[in-house]
Every structure is written in C-alpha cells, then in structure tokens.
Design a protein around this ligand. Structure first.
Ligand SMILES: Nc1ncnc2c1ncn2[C@@H]1O[C@H](COP(=O)(O)OP(=O)(O)OP(=O)(O)O)[C@@H](O)[C@H]1O
Ligand SMILES: O=P(O)(O)OC[C@H]1O[C@H](OP(=O)(O)OP(=O)(O)O)[C@H](O)[C@@H]1O
Ligand SMILES: [Mg+2]
Length: 398
C-alpha cells in the first residue's frame, strides 16, 4: 500500500498545548553516562502517556534473560556484526525463526523484533535488554523511567531526526526555526502541516519551540514526497546523508534537529533490579562492547630497534609525540645467539597508536631507527573499569 494511503491526520492542534517543556538531545561523548530517559523525555509523558509500569506482568516468572535485536531494516545486519566482533555471534538455526541464542552467554535468549516492538516489549517486561536506535527509544519510550540507556554510542546507525521544509516558494527565505515560527501564514484555520512517523517527538519538539498552530499528519515512509505533492508543509524525518532531502528539493533549517541518534543498548530497570542474571549479563555485554569500540580506533604497532639498553631505546621512542602508547611503549630485548653466546642487539617496541596517526607513527619510528614494522588490529582494549558500568550502578542506586 502506498505510504500516503496509510496516512491520517491526527488533528493535534498545538494551540491547546501546555507550557513549553525543556528540550533534550542526545549528545554522544566518550564517557557518556548510562541514564534513564526521564530527564529528557519525561516532560510530556503524561500527555501522550507511556504504558503504565503497573500494567506490565511480573518480571519474576521466567528464568532466561531476553535481549531484543532488530529483525529487519538497516540496523539488523550491523547489530549482528557488532556482536560478532565482540565474540558474541548470534546462532539462528533458521532465518525465519524469531529466536536465537548466543552460545557464549548460555542464559541469554535472542528475540528478533521490529525496533519499535523492542522498546514496547522492554516496557511490558517481555524483554530485558535491547539494541535499538536512540530515535526509536525516545519515540516509543516516551520518557518511561523503566528504560535505561546502558550504552548510548554503539557507533552505527547514525542519523538525526530533523525538521525540513521546501527550498523554494514561501520557504525560500526561511532558514531557521525562528523564521518558521514567525511566519504569518500559520493560523488556527490554516496550521503548519507537518508529516512525520515520529508523532510523540515531533509534537513535543514543536510545542517546546513555541509553535502555536500545527497539525500533524502521520505516515510511515516516503515522507519527502508530501511537501512536493502539496499534502504537507514540512516533514520531521530521519536524515543521515541528506540525499533524500536534496533529491526532493527540501532543506533542513537551523535549530531544526529534534534528536541525534545512533544505536544504543537499552535495558529495563525493573529487570536489572529483579531478574536473576540480567545485571551480570549486562555487565559482560557492556564490558565487551566498550572494550571493542575503544579498540576499533587504535592499532598495535610492533617494530625492532637497535640499541644499547631498553632505557636508551625508550628515550628515543618517547622523544616522538606519536609513540607514547596508552601508558607508554613496551620495550623488550630480542635475544640472539652470536659466536655461541646469547646477546641482545635489538629491542622490540610495542605501542598502541590511534588509527588516524598510523602513518605519522611509522614515519617517527623510522626516523629513530625502527625497522620490521608490524601493524595489528586490536579486538579489545579493557580499561580498569568501564565508566558506563559505574554510571549504571549509580543510576540503579546500587
Ligand atoms: N537514513 C536513515 N533513515 C532511517 N533510519 C536510519 C537512517 N540511518 C540510520 N537509521 C537508524 O536505523 C533505524 C531503522 O531504520 P530502517 O528504516 O532501516 O528500519 P525500519 O524503519 O524499521 O524499516 P522500514 O523503513 O522498512 O519500516 C532507524 O530507527 C534509525 O535509528
Ligand atoms: O539522509 P538519507 O541518507 O537520504 O536518509 C534518509 C532517508 O532514509 C530513510 O528512509 P528509508 O530508506 O528507511 O525508506 P522509507 O521511507 O521507506 O522508510 C528516512 O526516512 C529518509 O527518507
Ligand atoms: Mg525506514
């Protein structure tokens, strides 16, 4: 069925909206904390009402832990490949089956679900954990405090939920959200018509930004066709490369980003507290994911260097800015037999360098006499403690 046939006007008018709510945005940062969605999305939860926690079935009636993974769409393959890179290959006996397992974690059951259903099932207590885009967590979680984002930056599925308008016509000189709010065209009789698949977030965002006369049209796909067809004035949709907007003569405007998104690991707070094994499994997943993602930007460089002592070689290596490693280089003697005697003429240097500095590091190594350079990919870099785990425990009051 064409997407537009599935569309329906919700008739939401922002003129009856309550006072503006504080805005929210995911800001991925290296040590972002595990947190509940509540501070950022809870504000209008009452208006659009998440399923009350009290309606969910008790969490204690099953012993196996369940994680929901995207069954289709662009996140599905990348989720499996990230898990595989963490030695957590998912074993699915039949591609049409919705359940699978991860042999390395015996008490964990995998359920393939549509992303929005993962969020719904986390809230209903049918799943304990899930990997899903932050856009979907925010839209379908609606500020439910039971949802806890355990890892907010799994480094795939990057996109933003953004408002866009036509490049031409009455929007030709509209370049900011402020310009759009101030347009005299929008009245109670003729509101700004916005088509979106993100009704909760779209509504909340425009209310907060002071829009008074807005009408939402909900649709599932091909949203960019609505303005050129005259069916909507603006769209609120996901953007990654920006190609679809461009090809349909639409533009984003300053201040129009509703939420930045990428794949996240989400958990049910109740499960973390009450279901046996959930906290332990979450800890292992978090450790592996963090250590793996940390490792993907680094490379291990090994080289040999002639020298009189390890200290003398260390002096030379540490004089180079790109060769300091995580905690300094590891330098070890290379033993060889010369004239029947064990002797040390060379030293082996092991140093972890950022991928983007690899070439510079090799040049620096050569300049101080390094030879036989080997470069190896790393699977994990485990730090002493993962900041996200500490933050999760504090979020849970543990
Ligand atoms: N350009 C993009 N467009 C849409 N989603 C993207 C994009 N880039 C990353 N994503 C992420 O991928 C998730 C799934 O998007 P996708 O469109 O593949 O699946 P779907 O919406 O479930 O499938 P369908 O569009 O067929 O209903 C989004 O919720 C978002 O987190
Ligand atoms: O900025 P871009 O890289 O061009 O990506 C954005 C487009 O991708 C998504 O559509 P999708 O491909 O999922 O098709 P759909 O509309 O059928 O869901 C999204 O809804 C945009 O239309
Ligand atoms: Mg899509």
């Amino acid at each position: 069925m064409p997407a537009m046939l599935a569309a329906q006007f919700t008739g939401l008018s922002l003129s009856q909206s309550p006072a503006p709510q504080p805005s929210f945005r995911l800001r991925p940062s290296p040590a972002v904390r595990a947190r509940s969605l509540a501070p950022r999305v809870a504000a209008s939860a009452a208006a659009v009402s998440a399923k009350p926690i009290a309606e969910a079935p008790p969490v204690a009636d099953r012993t196996v832990v369940r994680i929901g993974l995207p069954s289709k769409g662009r996140m599905a393959e990348q989720t499996l490949s990230l898990l595989k890179s963490c030695q957590l290959s998912v074993r699915q006996l039949n591609p049409r089956q919705y359940t699978a397992d991860i042999p390395l974690i015996p008490n964990l059951e995998v359920w393939f679900q549509r992303p929005k259903d993962i969020v719904r099932k986390l809230q209903s207590g049918d799943l304990d954990l899930g990997i899903v885009g932050f856009d979907i967590v925010s839209e379908y979680g609606k500020g439910n405090e039971d949802l806890v984002v355990v890892h907010d930056a799994l480094e795939f599925g990057h996109c933003r939920l953004s408002l866009a308008v036509p490049k031409e016509g009455i929007f030709e000189n509209i370049n900011t959200l402020e310009d759009l709010v101030k347009m005299p065209e929008w009245t109670e009789e003729r509101p700004l018509r916005v088509v979106t698949g993100f009704g909760y977030l779209g509504d909340k965002f425009l209310r907060e930004k002071g829009f008074k006369h807005v009408r939402f049209l909900s649709a599932d796909g091909a949203l960019e066709s609505y303005p050129p067809m005259g069916m909507a004035d603006a769209i609120v949709d996901l953007v990654s490369s920006g190609t679809t907007l461009r090809e349909n003569n639409l533009k984003e405007i300053e201040g129009g980003v509703v939420v930045e998104s990428q794949a996240t690991l989400v958990a049910s707070r109740k499960s973390l507290h009450k279901r046996k094994g959930v906290l332990e499994i979450t800890h292992e997943l978090l450790e592996r994911l963090e250590a793996h993602l940390r490792a993907t930007t680094e490379l291990m460089v090994t080289a040999n260097m002639r020298g009189n002592s390890a200290e003398e070689v260390a002096e030379r290596v540490l004089s180079q800015t790109s060769l300091c490693g995580l905690q300094g280089p590891t330098i070890s003697p290379v033993y060889c037999r010369r004239d029947g005697k064990v002797d040390v003429e060379y030293y082996a240097i092991n140093v972890v360098v950022p991928q983007k500095l690899l070439y510079k590091s090799i040049q620096q190594l050569r300049s101080i006499g390094g030879s036989g350079v080997l470069v190896t990919k790393l699977t994990y870099i485990f730090d002493e403690e993962t900041p996200r785990w500490r933050n999760l425990l504090s979020e849970l009051g543990l």
